[in-house]
Design a protein around this ligand. Structure first.
Ligand SMILES: N[C@@H](CCC(=O)N[C@@H](CS)C(=O)NCC(=O)O)C(=O)O
Length: 200
């Protein structure tokens, strides 16, 4: 299969695009990393398939939805397990992380009152995340979630912890989840990821 021509378009931030950037980078897949100034978005919005970013242009056709884009990048990067049960495990992990997105977005971007925000952060950190991460901790099979072999779920987990939780809640600690913390460290140490992070 010929290498497709790929352009990822998002705002100049990590947000919903960074996982795809990490996946393309890990896969050594060249892509145009287009960053749109917020001021240009109103003009761009009506041209987008769902009126939102990120979008991915593949050989001239534009596609939306960050999860779909990340899955495509993961396939190209060889990070989707070919064994259906291994893929099921990775998807189960991934969907559990996606479930955290709603409450996180609500706290970070929709809750304006500072007292209410602090209360929601407390519940999120002390109840919501431990419930999910406590369950996920038990699923980690080795150096990575599925054992020795890296999958998209590892990069998604890294993105959620480093670029979302620690960004939004700087006091967030992985101390109670040693296996998951090791997954984050092991992803960070992957040579292509380490090289990418060192340039940020
Ligand atoms: N489910 C979509 C949500 C996309 C989304 O909410 N994008 C935001 C930026 S992170 C956006 O484009 N907001 C501007 C708007 O909706 O007008 C995805 O995951 O790609």
């Amino acid at each position: 299969m010929a290498q497709p021509s790929v352009k990822l378009t998002y705002f100049d931030g990590k947000g919903r695009a960074e996982l795809a950037r990490l996946l393309f980078t890990y896969g050594g897949l060249p892509f145009v990393d287009e960053r749109v100034p917020h001021a240009d978005f109103p003009t761009l919005k009506p041209t987008l398939p769902l009126g939102q970013l990120p979008v991915l242009e593949v050989d001239g056709t534009v596609y939306a939805q960050s999860t779909a884009i990340a899955r495509y990048a993961a396939k190209l990067a060889g990070l989707c397990p070919s064994d259906p049960v291994e893929a099921l495990k990775a998807d189960m992990f991934s969907c559990t992380l996606s479930d955290l997105e709603g409450p996180f977005v609500d706290i970070m971007f929709k809750t304006k009152d500072e007292t209410e925000k602090a209360e929601k952060i407390k519940t999120f950190v002390e109840e919501t995340v431990p419930k999910s991460f406590g369950a996920l901790e038990k699923l980690v099979q080795g150096k990575f979630i599925l054992g020795d072999k890296l999958s998209f779920a590892d990069l998604q987990f890294f993105d959620v912890v480093e670029n979302k939780l620690k960004w939004g809640i700087p006091t967030f600690s992985m101390g109670a989840f040693p296996k998951l913390a090791a997954v984050v460290a092991n992803v960070k140490a992957e040579p292509k990821i380490a090289a990418y992070l060192s340039k940020q």
